[in-house]
Every structure is written in structure tokens, then in C-alpha cells.
Ligand binder design. Structure first.
Ligand SMILES: CC(C)(COP(=O)(O)OP(=O)(O)OC[C@H]1O[C@@H](n2cnc3c(N)ncnc32)[C@H](O)[C@@H]1OP(=O)(O)O)[C@@H](O)C(=O)NCCC(=O)NCCS
Length: 164
């Protein structure tokens, strides 16, 4: 499979929106279980870009098949840090795309001068936890029963990576 990892541009926003919705609707991984509207996706992409925050997409045959972004946290005392989000559509997992996306995004975060990248991940999402550990994230804590879907609770794992 030949794919490329590129910074997101306006031409990718619709594909990004569709990829996020597809992964959200699996209900197993993201905070949203539905995805977001095209307009809110546009606002998110433009807002991140205005702040110079990293946001990359994986493109296969012209289609967005994955994304990785780091969003800023909007308080001056948190400006050194950002929150990472990532996803690869189901058909394209297990082919190295997620690892390439996250490494590209973390490199851009370092170049921007961020010194901390954090995230939360469902305790059941062992594939993502393995990826995060592989690229250097460490577990910082457990947010007990942080998720509740149809009455079933799941813990959230807080992870972060620090740069010098
Ligand atoms: C997590 C995710 C982004 C990984 O992307 P991917 O392209 O499938 O992963 P890669 O093929 O690049 O694999 C990189 C590493 O991830 C981990 N990993 C990925 N798939 C795995 C699997 N099925 N079992 C165990 N580890 C796995 C491994 O550490 C792997 O390294 P290895 O091949 O040396 O073992 C992808 O599974 C995904 O999009 N999941 C749904 C959305 C999601 O969970 N987002 C994060 C929410 S916090």
C-alpha cells in the first residue's frame, strides 16, 4: 500500500471529517460516538492551524485514511503542552500508518517547542496503548470509570510524553 503523510489542508477537511466519523461510529475508541459536522471539523482544523499546532493526515489514493493532531489547551500556563488525538480507518490498520502519523506529529510538536504531549485512552484500547508506549508515552494514572457507554463503565488511562 502506498500512502503519504501530509499536513492537513482545506482540501482534506471533508475526508478528515468522514474518517473521524467512521472511527467514532465504531464506538470503541473515541470520546465522540458519532463524529462531528463538517463545519465543526473546519473550525477545529482552522483553529489548530492558527495556533501552529501539528495536524497531519494519511492519504491513500486521494482519500484520508488516518489523522493525528495535537490541540492546544487555551490557557497560558498550559502553552507548553498539547493533547494528542489519532485514528486510522479500520481497513487501513496494522500497516504502519498510525506509527508514522504519530512520529511525524510528535516531531512537529518538538519543532514547535512543546515540551509535553498528553492524551487519555480507554483501558480496553490495547492496540493504541501499545503504540503510545512504543513511541515513548508513559502512563501517569488511571481515571476510574471515566467512560460510561450504555451503562458499562471503563477506565481511562492518562499518558504523556515529555521532551527536553
Ligand atoms: C491505534 C491506531 C491509531 C494504531 O494505528 P495502526 O496504523 O493500526 O498501527 P501500526 O500498524 O502503525 O502499528 C504500530 C504499533 O501500534 C501497536 N499496534 C497496532 N495494532 C496492534 C495490534 N493489533 N495489536 C497489538 N499492538 C498493535 C503496536 O505497538 C504496533 O507496533 P508493532 O507493529 O511493532 O507491534 C489504530 O489502531 C486506530 O486507529 N485505532 C482506532 C482509533 C483509536 O484507537 N484512536 C486512539 C484513541 S485514544
Amino acid at each position: 500500500m502506498s500512502y503519504e503523510i501530509v499536513p492537513i489542508t482545506d482540501e482534506h477537511i471533508e475526508g478528515f471529517c468522514k474518517a473521524v466519523s467512521a472511527v467514532a461510529q465504531e464506538r470503541l475508541y473515541l470520546l465522540s460516538l458519532e463524529g462531528f459536522t463538517l463545519e465543526s471539523s473546519r473550525l477545529f482544523v482552522h483553529g489548530n492551524r492558527e495556533k501552529g499546532m501539528p495536524h497531519f493526515v494519511a492519504i491513500d489514493n486521494g482519500n484520508v485514511v488516518g489523522w493525528c493532531d495535537i490541540r492546544s489547551q487555551n490557557f497560558p500556563i498550559l502553552e507548553h503542552s498539547g493533547e494528542l488525538g489519532i485514528g486510522v480507518i479500520k481497513s487501513h490498520r496494522g500497516k504502519g500508518i498510525g506509527e508514522k502519523l504519530i512520529l511525524t506529529t510528535l516531531t512537529a510538536a518538538k519543532e514547535k517547542g512543546l515540551t509535553r504531549v498528553e492524551l487519555t485512552v480507554r483501558e480496553t484500547n490495547t492496540n493504541a496503548i501499545a503504540l503510545y508506549k512504543k513511541v515513548g508515552f508513559e502512563i501517569e494514572g488511571i481515571l476510574r470509570n471515566a467512560i460510561c457507554i450504555d451503562g458499562v463503565y471503563t477506565n481511562h488511562i492518562a499518558m504523556a510524553i515529555l521532551f527536553e
